[in-house]
Ligand binder design. Structure first.
Ligand code: UD1
Ligand code: CA
Length: 461
């Protein structure tokens, strides 16, 4: 069977119940936007499909968030309901036939497996559609599934339009459907706005199809968690918690030790090698990649960074957009801002800040330093209080320090500047001119000692 499968994700609503300036589908759980999670699930089904996302509220931002996924977009300029949103796709999709899978951009927990099962149930059968349902202890807010005597779905009744008896039905509409394209597009225009919200409810299509003599089946899934839709910030937080718990469980099963797992925040895209240890309250964010036998200390934050094997990050350290080679030791209380490369076995200690700096293998900056726009050679030692003056108020300049150099404490290195291999800088120097290899650079006033000065002062009084 070669009929195409088109997936449509409805993501045009603002999400009034979020009380946010940002469109609901752009809010994040597990480190990704809600709509990215849905696209990921849809992208996993077979055979290969086209994914169309209906955008409207903050269309540009939603398109930007999904640009990397290669999905197509259709615009719904006015948000007149889920039925209306799907109508926007008719011209593009009706000629293709096949199957149309519809899902909502606010249900990020949906798995590929469940979506695939839905498609497999509907593929090659006569009936008009199959939809996913589950039983909820508290179904408040969801549409309810009305079953006929034969177990087929007769209608979906929205919360606002339901009778007290219908409200007691525990079977809910997940908002995930698979339609025969020919019947969907033939009947979609029959959806009206005769309901309390005056919206085109996609859910009405079920009753329309069933009255026209077509069958709609329900696929009941036992794990209702993956069908949770997000409408409020409270639901956003509880779904985020589910993603965090899943991620730490998955990592622990893969051989990562996580201390106090309920306190750590690890994004979905993070990878961590076996025998690494993550301390309490650590956050590992973005697409970070941590090697084996690493240690991420308590309360440290690692974002969009790559750490090789056996890297030790001591507590309260912040690392963003950086690369760290094997056996390096960083922190406690260190800050690696953007664009750093730390060499193998290097040491970076407390209150050291690096920005856009190449820090050589085995080099050390153990305390209190700022190294910005710098290259530090292998095995060079940076004394406490060393500052690269990389900014003259207008432009940034680079500092290049060679290998095995020794920069004395409290040195002020005024960039642009070159300091050669195996050279020395005397403590307390302000260095403005190049220092060649093997040389000693001094840039400080001489000490003066006045003998007996204190007692002379006292006699004057
Ligand atoms: C919807 C279903 C309900 C189901 C629930 C599952 C309808 C009428 N109701 O209710 O039966 O139990 O989802 O979570 O479908 N959207 C648009 N354009 C619009 C309106 C909405 O693209 O004009 C998008 C939204 O961005 C959102 C999705 O459709 O991603 C669902 O809309 P929402 O308002 O959250 O529907 P619910 O009230 O939750
Ligand atoms: Ca919803």
């Amino acid at each position: 069977m070669n009929s195409p499968i088109n997936v449509v994700i409805l993501a045009a609503g603002l999400g009034t119940r979020m009380k946010s300036k940002r469109a609901k589908v752009l809010h994040r759980v597990g480190g990704l936007t809600l709509v990215e999670h849905v696209v990921n699930a849809a992208a996993g089904i077979t055979p290969p499909e086209h994914i169309t996302v209906v955008v409207g509220s903050q269309a540009e931002q939603v398109q930007a968030a999904l640009a990397h996924t290669g999905v197509r977009f259709v615009e719904q300029t006015e948000q007149k309901g889920t039925g209306h949103a799907l109508m926007m796709c008719r011209d593009a999709l009706a000629p293709q036939g096949g199957l149309v899978v519809v899902t909502y951009g606010d249900g990020p927990l949906l798995s590929r497996a469940t979506l695939q099962e839905l498609v497999d149930r509907q593929a090659g059968v006569d009936r008009a559609a199959t939809l996913i349902t589950t039983r909820l202890e508290d179904p408040t807010g969801y549409g309810r599934i009305i079953l006929g005597k034969d177990g087929e779905v007769q209608a979906i009744v929205e919360q606002k339009a339901a009778t007290p008896q219908q409200l007691s039905i525990p079977l809910i509409n997940s908002g995930i459907y698979c339609f025969r394209a020919d019947l969907l597009w033939k009947h979609i225009a029959e959806i009206g706005t005769d309901n309390p919200a005056r919206e085109y409810y996609l859910t009405d299509i079920v009753e329309i199809l069933s009255r026209a003599g077509h069958k709609v089946a329900a696929l009941e899934v036992p794990d209702s968690e993956e069908l949770l839709g997000i409408n409020t910030r409270a639901e956003l937080a509880s779904v985020d918690k589910i993603f965090r718990e899943r991620k730490v469980r998955e990592l622990m099963l893969e051989g990562v030790t996580i201390e106090k797992p309920e306190t750590v925040t690890i994004d979905c895209a993070v990878r961590i090698g076996a025998d690494s240890i993550v301390g309490p309250f650590a956050q590992i964010l973005g697409p970070s990649d941590i090697g084996e036998d690493c240690r991420i200390g308590a309360c440290s934050i690692v974002e969009n960074s790559k750490l090789a094997d056996r890297v030790h990050i001591a507590p309260f350290t912040s690392i963003a957009d950086s690369k760290v080679d094997a056996d390096a030791h960083i922190g406690p209380f260190a800050r690696l801002r953007a664009g750093n490369r730390v060499g193998a076995g290097a040491h970076i200690g407390n209150f050291v800040e690096l920005k856009n700096t190449q820090f050589g293998a085995g080099a050390k900056a153990n305390h209190l330093a700022y190294l910005g726009d710098a290259e530090i050679g292998d095995k060079t030692n940076i004394g406490a209080g060393t500052i690269t003056c990389n900014y003259d108020g207008v432009k940034k300049h680079r500092t290049r320090i060679g290998k095995a150099a020794f920069i004395g404490s409290n040195s002020t290195l005024v960039a642009p500047l070159e300091i050669g291999d195996s050279s020395y800088i005397g403590a307390g120097s302000v260095i403005t001119d190049p220092v060649p290899a093997e040389a000693l650079g001094l840039g400080r006033s001489r000490q003066v000692v006045k003998g007996g000065w204190a007692s002379k002062q006292k006699r004057k009084k």
